[in-house]
Design a protein around this ligand. Structure first.
Ligand code: ZN
Length: 368
């Protein structure tokens, strides 16, 4: 039975005590039953609404109806009752909002012992990493970095580098040509550059001597993919031209670079070789960085690993850029080039060049 305000017949202190206690018991029980915001608003209005709330009824039925002599006692009891009921109503709201916020906190609880969200961070591809290392060795001795187009003309890729007209490198067996250019002159035909060496010509066309550039880049050959061949690979090319540059400068520069790349114990060896755009030309070997020269599987028991090609710039090449100050009678220079994949494979013990281009995260993660 919900509480209703009784009319009072008896205004004795004992009767008033009893009526007050009954009312307080009722308001406390109803306060305990409040469990949500809507409940609480209904509870508050039932007890405290100005119009016909229980406290208003108490005022009318108890105080206004009290006979003269009892008015003073009834008045103070009703005032005390109002204060107490307000506290109970406020208390119910606090208890309820406390419960609600505890419930919210419970549902939003963060378990700080769980492992964090792991976002994998990318890293340099091993080929790019090696290429950057090689470039920085030469930057440190004053070389600037030059780049050139991957689609070249026959002129820059072959002719200006002193390749004779019928050189076998121009064969479609070796070089990837852009189709449909039969009507063009040979020197204007487009191809995917087969080496970074054409950037030597671009650099010398743009800058008179002296020049020192290092050229990282991607190159292409008509090779069938296998463990040691790929139709795409990377080279780092270098060129230094000045007055009085000799083969000694070439040897000293490359010896320093190989020590910077592979350790100060590494020794270099130069063997005669041939490239159309250098004369004399040499292949450079370094002492095996795995066995130190004693002989092992990596160096095929020779103790040496062949790493790059180099030579003194052929005067015939300077003829193509003579108008920009490269008079073969006045300047001399050297050039070198190395395969980045080969060096990366030797450095990390990788036995299949295809791994570089397959994009397999399990392979690449090892170099993070
Ligand atoms: Zn070895």
């Amino acid at each position: 039975m919900p509480y209703t305000v009784p009319k009072l017949e008896d205004y004795s202190p004992a009767a008033l005590d009893k009526a007050v206690q009954e009312l307080l018991t009722a308001v406390r029980q109803e306060a305990d039953a409040v469990s949500n915001e809507a409940d609480w608003k209904a509870f508050r209005d039932r007890w405290m609404a100005r119009k016909n709330g229980i406290l208003t009824q108490v005022n009318d039925l108890w105080l206004k109806a009290a006979p003269g002599p009892a008015k003073r006692d009834v008045g103070s009891r009703v005032n005390a009752l109002k204060v107490e009921v307000e506290q109970i109503v406020d208390g119910a709201q606090q208890r309820m909002s406390g419960a609600a916020s505890r419930a919210r906190l419970g549902s939003e609880r963060v378990d700080i012992t769980l492992p964090g969200i792991h976002k994998p961070i990318g890293a340099e591809h091993p080929v790019i990493k090696t290429m950057n290392e090689i470039v920085s060795v030469f930057r440190n001795i004053g070389y600037s970095v030059a780049e050139g187009p991957e689609i070249e003309t026959d002129y820059f890729n072959f002719e200006a580098l002193n390749f004779p007209p019928n050189h076998p490198a121009r064969d479609t067996q070796d070089t990837l040509f852009v189709v449909g250019q039969e009507k063009k002159r040979q020197r204007d035909r487009l191809l995917l550059r087969t080496h970074t060496s054409p950037v030597q010509i671009h650099a010398m066309e743009q800058q008179p001597p002296p020049i020192r550039v290092v050229v990282p880049g991607k190159v292409h050959r008509a090779d069938t993919a296998d463990a040691t061949h790929s139709p795409i690979f990377h080279q780092v090319e270098g060129l230094a031209v000045d007055t009085n540059i000799t083969f000694c400068d070439l040897k000293g520069t490359l010896d320093h670079a190989m020590k910077a790349l592979f350790g100060s114990d590494v020794k270099t060896r130069f063997f005669p070789s041939f490239f159309p755009f250098t004369e004399p030309s040499a292949d450079v070997s370094v002492t095996c960085f795995k066995c130190g020269g004693k002989g092992c599987r990596l160096c095929k028991n020779s103790g040496w690993i062949e790493l790059l090609g180099c030579g003194m710039v052929d005067p015939a090449v300077f003829k193509f850029v003579e108008s920009n100050g490269y008079d073969p009678a006045k300047v001399s220079g050297f050039a070198f080039g190395m395969g980045v994949e080969r060096i990366t494979m030797l450095k990390y013990g990788i036995d299949d060049i295809q791994l570089f281009f397959q994009g397999d995260v399990r392979f690449l993660e090892q170099f993070v």
